[in-house]
Each structure stands twice: as C-alpha cells, then as structure tokens.
Write a protein that binds this ligand. Sequence first.
Ligand code: GDP
Ligand code: MG
Length: 442
Amino acid sequence: LGGSIARALQQMSNATIIDEKVLSECLNEISRALLQSDVQFKLVRDMQANIKRIVNLDDLAAGHNKRRIIQQAVFNELCKMLDPGKPSFTPKKGKTSVVMFVGLQGSGKTTTCTKYAYYHQKKGWKPALVCADTFRAGAFDQLKQNATKTKIPYYGSYMESDPVKIAVEGVETFKKENRDLIIVDTSGRHKQEAALFEEMRQVSEATKPDLIIFVMDSSIGQAAFDQAQAFKQSVAVGAVIITKMDGHAKGGGALSAVAATKSPVIFIGTGEHMEEFEVFDVKPFVSRLLGMGDWSGFMDKIHEVVPTDQQPELLQKLSEGSFTLRLMYEQFQNILKMGPIGQVVFSMLPGFSAELMPKGHEKESQAKIKRYMTMMDSMTNAELDSTNPKLMNESRIMRIARGSGRSVRDVTEMLEEYKRLAKIWSKMKGLKIPKKGEMSAL
Ligand code: GDP
Ligand code: MG
C-alpha cells in the first residue's frame, strides 16, 4: 500500500511535463490506496476534487519538489477532514460529568469504557462505571471484572432487565458519592435494530449525559459511515473512539465517523489491555492511513530536532529497536535545553505531542518532564540502559521513589510514559540509516 503511493508520487516526479493528466493519474493511485484503507468512496472523491482545486499546476511544473507538494496537499486535506471544526465536550476533574458509550456489539465498548475510566483515574479522577447492557448475558460480569481489576467502582444488576432503570439508578448513586466521571456502558445489539436505537434514545434521555461517545471497530470497512450515522440520528454523539488499531486495519473509517457524526476522534484503542489506549493524534494517524507509517519525514525531523552529535547513536539504537530510558532522558534534556521552543520543536516527533506535551499546557509539561528526570536520576546505569521491560520490578521502583522523594505512583507513571514512547519508537526497528544527503522525501 505504502509502495503504491510512493510509486505514484515517484512517477509524478519522473514525469517531465506535469499536466492535468499526470496529476489525475497520481491522485487516482492515491485514492485506490485510501479506499483500501477503508476511507469511504464519497470522501475519497471529495478529497480528489479538493486537491485538484488546491494544487496549482504551474507551481508543480516550476517547482522541483513535486512529490512534496502533492503529498503535502493530500496529507493536509485528510487532516482537515478529521477535524470537525469544534472540540468535543471535555469533562472537568472535580465536576460531575456523565459520559455515555454507544456502539455495536463487539465494537469494544465495555473494554473502552474501562480504559477511559482507568486513563482518568491515573490522572487523579474519581471515575465510576454503570452497566446498562441488560441484553447480553454476561455483560455485567465482564464490566465487573474489568472494574475490579482497575479498582473502579461499578453499578449493575443481574436481575433488572430495564436498562433505563439501571442507568438512572447507577448515575444517581455515583452522583451522590461525588464521583466526577460517571461512565454508562450500553448494549450493542437487540432483536431488532430499531429497538436498539430506541433504547439508546431512552437511556440518553433519562441520564442526560454531558457527552456521548460512539465506539467503532477500525476493521468494519466501508460500513463505517452508515453505522456512525445511524447512532448520530438517534442520540447526540459528541465524540468518537476508534478501537482495534493494533490490527491490520488502517482506520480509514475514522474519516467516515467524523463526517457522519461531525464529532472529533478523541482516543484510539491499540490492544486488549487497559493501558493500550492513546489520545488521538491526527498527523501520525493520517501518515498511517496513507501507508507512510508514522514516519513520514521522520529522518528529517530527527535531523532538525536532535543535536548533530547525538544523532548517529540515537538512530543506531532505534534501528536496533532499543529505545532505552537513557535515550528518553537525553531527549528530555534536549527539550529543556532549548527552553520554551523545545516543546514546540519536539512535538514534531511521534509520541511527544498530544500525550506528553499537550498544546496550551507548556508549563505543566515542563514540570512533568523535570519530575521524570529527577526520578531517572535515581536510576542505575543498568536500569537506564536496559532493554528488558521486566527489569523494573517492585523493589527497584520503590528504591527509585525513595531516592527521588517521589511516590511509587509517580515512578510508575514515568515508566508507563516510557513504555508508551518505546512502543511507538520501536516501530523504527530495522530502519535503514541514510547517509547524509540521502534524506528521502517520503
Ligand atoms: P462491546 O460488545 O462493544 O462491549 O465490546 P467488548 O468491549 O466486549 O470488546 C469485544 C472484543 O474486542 C473483546 O474481546 C475485547 O478484548 C476486544 N477489544 C476491544 N478493544 C480492543 C482493541 O483496541 N484492540 C484489540 N486487539 N481488541 C480489542
Ligand atoms: Mg459490552
């Protein structure tokens, strides 16, 4: 897939005369790739038309960076399509919010409810889970199991068959307990589809959620638009979460879900485990959609961002697939050394942006990075250079906490941040390290 886009752009750059026909051929090839990534046909067609309008043929004919111009135009257009223009409702810590999850059975709702709760709990929230799926046998048990594992309070019933009643009771109970994030899991199947949507409408009406999140499996293909639209037509969907992004699907359905619900994607699920949950970041997502991996222009960025003398070692380590704590430490040092601009510059690297250094929270990010570094100062060389994730056992974590005057929870958070970055950066394994002057456009 990546190959076909690369090939299309390559043909483009080889053509001596850039005329409308060549541009069309190139766009057709890219469109085929997008369709294979499950982007809806109509959206692909719109994108094509927009690109033709935007890309100036004279610029292409005159410029040398033809590939870059087209690539950038397609990239920007897709990013724009993922932005519905207004942010979703964001719950505030300490204030009660009710968040209802909807989506078809098997889409990952129950799992995602808990991931969402757990994500916030780690940040100091007091979440709670309500099981309003009375249709599927075992639904309550599943939620209970997830909730127990993550120590999150839950509400549900084996006897009651009225989902509206349970939802209301659960929400009321947790409101009284001053829980600040009350999450309502719902059913995803009914004997008749219409009954499911009617039930969603009733649960929503009765619990008055501040936010309704539509959960969608990334592998559902071209069905994404209709499915998202069906939910949007029955309840006020305000955000989207795409699950199973760890599988083969490239997630083109996300564009459909955004278009159909006019709501942003806020998180993606990347595995069955509680931690496999990431804040949605548009650019790496679009890179993946285009089959460029998350690594479009990665080399260029490394060269721009990391000091020259550190580059060979970093690239070598990344190509071996060993992103160590020391490498993370060095990048943190680089960020701080650059001052305020450091964060802006580093947010160009995958994994550094949305989660670690969210826009508008520069001060907090700076403090967080310093805190992480203090804890890492209490680590041994062996720990900093280790590539064995099992090395950091409980006693080591406790020693580091004591040594740095931080809590075990802080150290665990830092290590999780490391794991998150390491997971993203491990995709660089096997990377061919280009010699100077060999930077590729793709
Ligand atoms: P629900 O029917 O919508 O509540 O879906 P569940 O939460 O029960 O999930 C259905 C299946 O998908 C379960 O086996 C989950 O473990 C799995 N699942 C959910 N999210 C993800 C994900 O992000 N990645 C992977 N690989 N599996 C997931
Ligand atoms: Mg479920």
